[in-house]
Design a protein around this ligand. Structure first.
Ligand SMILES: C[S@@+](CC[C@H](N)C(=O)[O-])C[C@H]1O[C@@H](n2cnc3c(N)ncnc32)[C@H](O)[C@@H]1O
Length: 209
């Protein structure tokens, strides 16, 4: 288990207030639209404070939420209890998922592939735990398609990583998902509502193998 750091505690406390304006101006609706497609045994990676909890449809038969940061996991557990959800919280990172092969029908990743330490390994783990016919649902802020803006994201990423607990601004996440052997389906490009330009490009979609 990861140690509880002071900045980790502060980040977990500030996370929802920092996102509130974006959530109210469309981010929450984008989450709802994505999660409407979740079904069966469902695993969420890096679930944070639980901003997706209210969006899971009845078609989800089992919900497992992973979160490696202790302060986030504590908030997540409290949110699950407060909602009376039959969901299980597991304190683990995406790079080493403590689940059997082919044990989930849906894996969800929202604003998390920007932060995982090893994106390729995390995607391999997603492929391993997904059952045949399973799906990865993702909503991620990504590298800007414009090279000049992508360079700006690269320049600011070291600062972002420090203040936002490891978050990279410049990850070409959809390309990495495709490189890990998934087929990208229904990908849409949106803007992160009310966010700074470097965080704006959002990729939302479903990927299968
Ligand atoms: C920007 S927050 C997103 C939280 C949530 N998914 C959401 O949509 O609001 C990134 C989350 O990824 C978690 N995280 C950090 N390293 C991770 C890793 N290696 N594997 C999985 N999650 C990780 C962080 O603790 C944090 O909760």
């Amino acid at each position: 288990m990861r140690p509880m750091t002071l900045w980790g505690r502060i980040f977990a406390t500030l996370y929802e207030p920092a996102l509130r304006v974006s959530e109210r101006n469309g981010l929450s609706d984008l989450r709802a639209g994505l999660l409407a497609g979740a079904r069966g045994r469902t695993l969420e990676l890096g679930a944070g404070t639980g901003l997706n909890l209210g969006h899971y449809p009845a078609a989800v038969s089992e919900l497992v939420l992973t979160e490696p940061e202790p302060p986030m996991a504590a908030k997540l557990e409290a949110g699950v209890r407060a909602r009376g959800l039959p969901a299980r919280v597991v304190r683990s990172g995406a790079e080493e998922l403590p689940f059997a092969d082919a044990s989930f029908d849906t894996v969800v990743a929202t604003l998390v592939f920007c932060t995982v330490t090893d994106l390729g390994r995390s995607l391999d783990e997603v492929g391993r735990v997904l059952a045949p016919g399973g799906q990865l649902l993702y909503l991620e802020h990504v590298r800007h398609p414009d090279p000049a803006r992508a360079r700006r994201q690269e320049r600011l990423t070291p600062i972002q990583r420090r203040v936002a607990c490891g978050c990279h601004l410049d990850r070409a996440t959809p390309a990495a998902i495709a490189q890990a052997g998934f087929e990208l389906r229904d990908e849409r490009h949106e803007h992160f509502p009310k966010a700074p330009g470097v965080l704006q490009p959002l990729a939302i979609g479903r990927a299968t193998r």
